[in-house]
Design a protein around this ligand. Structure first.
Ligand code: ARG
Length: 473
């Protein structure tokens, strides 16, 4: 069988154009989705009387047989140089398998609704895999936070040492970001889980199909509401890649921090050898390739979101061939996040912090200055004044190379008579942590409560999103 549309044409296609416009070289990977969607469509047209019961069985068996067991994409593509796209490929294969009955499959449908359906199914699976991977990574972060106990590290603002925080508090910051990323993906999934089948080319199917049959067969919540929207919008793909782009930004910040922390200058962690590489030139090197690659790859996620938004913004309704260009960025984004999440949890579990170095860094550089000012406010000093008095004390410390707790009470009193003997315990490391006793603060009991909450959320959030989706072949 030749083209799917040859009837009205007299001239053959320009051979270079013909190859150039094909999507099969990349949309072959929608094969499972295409088979599932075609099977759902077959059930729908059988219910409408287009196929007999036994024809439906033959067609479903034929479709199931099209899945070449574990055949690589390149082999599938090479096996069918005439296939224009995945839809054409399945029709060609089905015809080989069951003969002319295959030609009935396209009754009442269009490739425009097929590709919209296949892409939704693909994105839905990708979301489920990503959410599962993030769940695993959050588990790893929480394990690390638990193991860190009461270990402290400096926090930074402007990349200057600010105040000490618990290492667990820092790790839980990423858990918060990742939980929002997961909820963005789950949210996107909810909105996109409607079935375009039955939308036809643009105006709706030309057969009175019961669209709920296909929707149900594919695990969608129901049919889409408008055929023009369903065949031509890809906002689900935009949302998916945008959610991944935001996730990528978070993961990239984590990667950047670890890259920085592993330098000799920080010395906060020893890179796990199993996830680092050496230098072919400099024998002493252990390079943070994993975190660098993650930082780099997150750029691809942003790129995918930008490509899709740019692609779609100027398109008149409804389907336009430009939309074919929207597939590869979605595949690339899904592959990129799959790759990142295949290494990130194990890498995270393998991290070993140098708590001794973190402790030393937390105890120098006047990280208790805010706690010192707070101490004065408890003595009735207005904060502005307290800030100034502690600032003066810091100045003296800088000049004489001492921390605040190394100044004498007499010296301190020179800056304010409110300083008393209890000052020294008020600026200890423990007190400096514990004075942040608010929800979301780094006081030790607040962090252990936050950690407990995170553990509970992770344990209860493990039910798979995919429960409702059909098992695709
Ligand atoms: N390969 C096409 C795509 O990805 C399928 C839809 C083709 N529709 C059409 N009217 N030519 O968009």
């Amino acid at each position: 069988m030749s083209k799917m549309w040859a009837g009205r044409f007299r001239e053959p296609l320009d051979s270079v154009f013909e190859q150039w416009q094909r999507s099969f070289p990349f949309d072959w990977r929608l094969l499972p989705q295409e088979i599932a969607a075609s099977s759902a469509h077959a059930r729908m047209i059988a219910a409408a009387g287009i196929l007999t019961k036994s024809e439906l069985v033959t067609m479903l068996d034929g479709l199931a047989a099209v899945i070449p067991q574990a055949t690589a994409g390149s082999a599938i593509v090479a096996s069918s140089p005439e296939a224009e796209d995945i839809h054409h490929f399945v029709e060609l294969e089905l015809t080989k398998a069951i003969g002319s009955l295959a030609l009935k499959l396209h009754t009442g449908r269009s490739r425009n609704e097929q590709i919209a359906t296949d892409m939704r199914l693909f994105v839905r699976d990708a979301i489920d895999r990503t959410v599962e991977g993030l769940h695993d990574w959050c588990g790893a972060l929480v394990e690390l936070a638990t193991a860190a106990g009461d270990a402290v590290m400096p926090s930074y603002t402007h990349l200057q040492r600010a105040e000490p925080v618990l290492v667990a508090h820092w790790l839980l910051a990423y858990v918060s970001m990742i939980e929002r990323d997961s909820s963005r993906l789950a949210d996107c999934r909810k909105r996109m889980n409607l079935c375009p089948l039955g939308s036809g080319a643009v105006a709706g199917a030309t057969l009175a199909l019961d669209r709920s049959i296909a929707a149900q067969a594919l695990g969608f919540d129901g049919p889409t509401a408008n055929s023009m929207d369903a065949t031509s919008d890809r906002d689900f793909a935009i949302e998916f890649t945008q959610a991944l782009a935001t996730l990528g930004i978070h993961i990239s910040r984590f990667a950047e921090e670890l890259t920085l922390h592993s330098t000799a200058e920080f010395g906060f962690l020893d890179l796990p050898e199993a996830f680092s590489t050496g230098s072919s030139a400099m024998p002493q090197k252990k390079n943070p390739d994993l975190t660098e690659l993650i930082r780099g790859k997150s750029g691809r996620l942003l790129g995918a979101a930008t490509t899709l938004a740019t692609l779609i913004k100027g398109l008149p309704l409804a389907y336009n061939k430009d939309l074919q260009e929207g597939q590869e960025p979605v595949f690339d984004a899904a592959d990129t996040i799959d790759g990142i999440l295949s290494v990130l949890p194990a890498f995270t579990r393998a991290l070993r912090f140098r708590f001794d170095r973190m402790l030393v860094a937390s105890q120098s550089g006047y990280l208790n200055a805010m706690a010192a000012a707070t101490y004065l406010t408890h003595k009735g000093v207005p904060f502005r004044k307290a800030h100034e008095k502690v600032g003066n004390a810091v100045r003296l410390g800088l000049e004489t190379r001492r921390e605040l707790n190394e100044l004498t009470l007499d010296e301190l009193r020179g800056f304010g008579e409110e300083f008393a003997e209890d000052f020294f315990s008020a600026v200890s490391l423990e007190a400096t942590l514990d004075c942040h006793d608010v929800i979301g603060g780094t006081a030790r009991h607040r962090v252990s409560a936050a950690l407990e909450d995170a553990r509970r959320r992770i344990a209860s959030g493990s039910e798979p999103l995919a429960e409702k989706s059909a098992k695709l072949v």
